[in-house]
Design a protein. Sequence first.
Length: 276
Amino acid sequence: MSLARQHFQKHSAKAAAVSAAEFGTMQEQSFYELQLAQLNNDRHRLKQIQSTEAKIQLKKALVPTYLAYVDGIIEADKSVQDDVFMTVLVWCIDVENYAKALEMTEFALTHDMIMPDRFERKTATLVTEEIANAFLKQLKTNAEVEINVLWNLETLIENEDIPKEIRDMPDQVRAKLYVALGKAELKSINAEIAKNDGIIDEKTPEWVFDHAKFAKERLERAIELDDKCGGKQDLKTVETLLKKFAPQQVVQTESSANIDSSQPANDQNETDQKAD
């Protein structure tokens, strides 16, 4: 798509949202109706494909054609229901464009936009479950995991600036996110420890201990929410790691104490010298 076309789409989407805000609906906005017709045509193309992999490939080609429209809606900053916007949000998750998906989710939650009926879930529930499921699947492979996506999702669904009822979701869904976070942290911890032949000693970075505590907290919370979440074995693994860290924490604490205790002595010597 040319830059001129992108600019036209963005400007038209923004104008449609601003106008629709006065009437409470996008249904009478001609540019929105054009986008909705295009979306329905693209959905029909997807329905003709049985292969999930092939559907994802088509969505990867389709999503960029809607992003200028999406940016125009976000720039307008109006609370108007938009089925095109919400469908593209789901597609962004499907094609693993998580940065855009989370940006759109924050906008949707802030403006209390709901998913079209065919998705059968609230916005916060769908986004959390779909992203968590994708990461739980990915964590079973050797692929590198973008853990920042999970952190950003957690921050979003815990954002108290967004009404609690809008962020509400089944406990089992929230538990999936916490399990994914715990597993992802554990994976990065194990990768770091492996660099030292699996040994935890003074060479082990301090952040590993901090992240192990973080993983433990998230896994414990997941099990509180859903006893069948699948995080119990990971919790045991993290607890074993933390026990191995304990002696190193003592050594580091004693080393710090020795350094601190030497400082007052030096200060005292300086005082004595000044007194002389």
